[in-house]
Write a protein that binds this ligand. Structure first.
Ligand SMILES: *[C@@H]1O[C@H](CO)[C@@H](O)[C@H](O)[C@H]1NC(C)=O
Ligand SMILES: *[C@@H]1O[C@H](CO)[C@@H](O)[C@H](O)[C@H]1NC(C)=O
Ligand SMILES: *[C@@H]1O[C@H](CO)[C@@H](O)[C@H](O)[C@H]1NC(C)=O
Ligand SMILES: *[C@@H]1O[C@H](CO)[C@@H](O)[C@H](O)[C@H]1NC(C)=O
Length: 309
């Protein structure tokens, strides 16, 4: 049947569509990284090395803070950076691929943390802070790819100044998002300090008491929550339509299979009937003289004629 044969094709199309959605869903945070790299680099006007420069974000990103610092890579490795905002960078941090000078970009996502780094089942006790590194050879370059930085000795530490108090009995944890957006949890180094050996985004979180989603840290009087709700709703609509589509597909294939089976059964019945009819006719023709009405009682004539003890 045509429909049944095109089912695998339909499934493939559906799968491609789903993977496309999935690929798209990882992009907002990465798009933000690219945008903030651009705005952070704009903070540099004849920059001195080793000095943090605060950047200005566009008004649609109000609530986010950024800063940038240019460094010689040799100096980063030998001396580290005692304090770059909340980040304490020890000696021994190296980047790859190697560049002569690099720019460290700092991000504080503030009240937009939840929007860009939604974390189901957890509540943020701090904003999400980011530390990323870029090649400093062209300060007007955009869309740069991040350098991979790694602490070869002591870890980089993040000192969160204001940690919301966690509910009694709840266990606060550090979360680290790598550049693919994958979350990895670790225990706090101390009350408000997390540590890392790599670049990425960091925060202190606590498991929410399911099922009620706990509120975010400092929510502004308006704006943030509805926005998060909107993205949430969008995700649900997508998930819902995907599931609905799949269900429809399953129902359709069941219907097709059932129709096929029904057709087959009907055919079988017809064949049976035909066979029966044939047999009956045969019987009547055999025992014509004895049983002209054998159509109804087809076995009787045989019994009478051919019964062998
Ligand atoms: C730096 O990047 C900008 C933007 O991509 C480009 O227009 C410019 O030519 C680059 N400069 C150098 C020296 O590569
Ligand atoms: C960065 O690249 C993306 C596509 O890769 C493009 O859409 C965007 O305009 C670029 N941004 C800038 C500032 O060049
Ligand atoms: C996450 O953390 C665990 C424990 O620290 C580590 O073993 C694992 O490799 C980490 N995962 C990633 C993706 O780095
Ligand atoms: C975040 O807070 C800033 C003020 O710090 C405010 O201007 C902005 O509208 C807020 N954004 C959202 C999405 O809540």
């Amino acid at each position: 049947m045509g429909l049944l044969r095109s089912l695998p094709m339909l499934l493939v199309v559906l799968l491609i569509w789903i993977s496309h959605l999935k690929a798209q869903s990882t992009s907002p945070a990465r798009a933000l990284d690219a945008l903030l790299q651009d705005y952070a680099f704009k903070a540099f006007v004849r920059p001195k090395t080793g000095i943090p420069y605060d950047g200005i974000v566009p008004s649609n990103l109000a609530g986010i803070k950024i800063a940038a610092m240019r460094l010689r890579s040799g100096s980063l490795k030998k001396r580290g950076v005692p304090m770059f905002k909340e980040f304490m960078i020890p000696t021994g941090v190296v980047e790859s691929p190697y560049v002569e000078r690099l720019v460290l970009v700092y991000q504080n996502l503030g009240n937009l943390s939840m929007k860009y780094y939604p974390l189901a089942g957890y509540t943020y006790l701090t904003p999400v802070l980011g530390l990323l590194a870029y090649d400093a050879s062209n300060l007007s370059a955009t869309n740069l790819t991040e350098l991979y930085i790694r602490a070869s000795g002591e870890p980089i530490t993040i000192h969160f100044p204001d940690v919301q108090s966690s509910p009694a009995g709840a266990n606060a944890k550090c979360v680290w998002f790598d550049l693919n957006g994958l979350a990895n949890f670790s225990s706090l180094a101390s009350g408000n300090v997390c540590s890392t050996f790599e670049q990425g985004h960091f925060a202190i979180v606590v498991e929410s008491f399911a099922p009620a989603p706990a509120p975010v840290f400092p929510t502004p009087p308006s704006g943030g929550a509805p926005n998060a709700k909107k993205t949430n709703k969008k995700v649900w609509i997508i998930v819902g339509s995907v599931l609905g589509g799949l269900l429809l597909l399953v129902l359709l294939s069941i219907l097709v299979l059932w129709a096929q089976k029904y057709k087959q059964r009907k055919k079988m019945q017809q064949m049976e009937k035909a066979a029966e009819l044939g047999e009956a006719l045969y019987m009547t023709s055999v025992g014509e003289t004895k049983a002209p009405a054998a159509m109804v009682t087809r076995t009787q004539p045989t019994l009478e004629n051919e019964y062998v003890p």
